[in-house]
Design a protein around this ligand. Structure first.
Ligand code: TTP
Ligand code: MG
Length: 375
């Protein structure tokens, strides 16, 4: 396989950091985003905690009641998904813009796989390839890794400048190494692991930390004396095959720091949305319906211009008193039928009007795009 350079980028304590940005008075204080702690009796879990709160042992998926017991004076906030998702879209666009600067024509070549709201892989091999023609070969092998570091720092600087948010990057010869490197670089750092270092880099890792190995698999491995990645190598591939069948080959490869999975831009999910806040809260049906139709038409127009298909239509409604609700409908197969998009959106919107008698402050409509052709 051709040698590759992969960057993994991941925002630091994403939800909590966005909340801190929105409310600077939280700076330096422990912030926990998740379910309502209800004075220690709350149910549900922590979505994430900022690094200040992590010092108390609070982390994602911890029961909220435990988080409260560990630090009752922390600032507990409910998640605001609309805000995180809008922020995420802008971040992904910043990444694309920066990467494109590093291609010969500043436009093409983008192999990016968005994994979640705050995380993406970018294969920048092709972006660096043109360097090959500008410098002598032995220098290219070294300098391409330095250039990769420069690209990662550039992305981080732009995200910080435009969004006031910190993130971390891992750079490696494959997705697994890049992801682990990013984890190690946190918070607010960059770590490069070159091909020659990859095998040694994974050896001391706890087997649970290896991407692709879940809790169950780790338990089985630990039960058979495999604690760290290096221990995996002492087993023959045949041994592993008996335990894990077809998955053994991949596992064995990974224990040598090898991962051939490609960065697949097809996974990228984007959305196009519009919303509007009324000057005065209103229940005037004519105004509401007309405004909603205008928004839906604008979204559809933008999508048609970009030749996208839609998968989900989401309608948001904020009533007076900041009570915000969303309703969504998905189609089975992505479609370019934007008339249907507008019709489905309107049905959802009418349900809002019928269900609640309150005045409306904000309305919005969003299409989740199921098309990677725009990359
Ligand atoms: P992560 O990137 O896993 O975590 P993080 O960004 O909060 O912290 P880190 O600095 O370690 O990357 O997840 C991104 C967001 O996804 C996170 O901010 C909140 C949400 N999330 C949950 O809601 N529940 C979870 O169990 C996890 C892991 C994340
Ligand atoms: Mg993160």
């Amino acid at each position: 396989m051709k040698s590759r350079i992969i960057v993994h980028i991941d925002m630091d304590c994403f939800f909590a950091q966005v909340e801190e940005r929105e409310s600077p008075q939280f700076k330096g204080k422990p912030v926990v985003v998740g379910a309502d702690p209800n004075g220690g009796k709350g149910r549900g879990v922590v979505s994430t905690a900022n690094y200040e709160a992590r010092k108390y042992g609070i982390h994602s998926a911890l029961p909220i009641s435990k988080a409260y017991a560990l630090c009752p004076e922390a600032i507990f906030l409910p998640p605001n998904f609309e805000l995180y998702s809008r922020t995420s879209e802008r971040i992904m666009q910043i990444i694309r813009n920066v990467i494109q600067l590093y291609s010969p024509d500043h436009r093409t070549i983008l192999n990016m796989e968005q994994m979640s709201l705050d995380e993406a892989y970018i294969d920048i091999t092709e972006n660096l390839w043109y360097l090959f023609f500008t410098i002598v070969k032995n220098r290219y092998q070294r300098e391409k890794w330095e250039k990769a570091q420069e690209i990662a720092e550039h992305m981080r600087a732009e995200i910080l400048r435009q969004e006031k948010l910190a993130c971390s990057c891992g750079i490696g010869p494959n997705k697994m190494i890049a992801k682990i490197a990013c984890e190690k670089a946190k918070p607010n750092g960059v770590l490069t692991v070159r091909p020659a270092e990859a095998e040694k880099f994974v050896e001391p890792l706890d087997i649970e930390k290896m991407p692709g190995i879940g809790k169950k698999t780790a338990e089985i491995l630990k039960g058979s004396g495999v604690r760290i990645v290096k221990d995996l190598k002492s087993r023959s591939e045949h041994d592993l095959q008996n335990l894990f069948g077809s998955r053994a080959k991949e596992m064995y490869r990974r224990s040598y720091g090898v991962d051939n999975n490609a960065v697949e831009s097809i996974r990228e999910v984007k959305s196009i949305g519009k919303e509007i806040t009324f000057e005065n809260d209103t229940r005037d049906p004519e105004l509401l319906i007309r405004t909603f139709q205008d928004l839906a038409r604008e979204v559809a127009k933008e999508a048609v211009e970009q030749d996208c298909s839609w998968k989900t239509v989401t309608v948001v409604c904020r009533f007076s008193g900041f009570e915000t609700h969303t309703k969504a409908k998905s189609v089975q197969k992505p479609t370019k039928d934007w008339t249907a998009f507008r019709a489905e959106g309107m049905k959802l919107f009418l349900r809002f009007i019928m269900e609640k008698q309150k005045s409306i402050r904000l309305i919005g409509i969003r299409a989740k795009i199921a098309d990677s052709s725009r990359l």
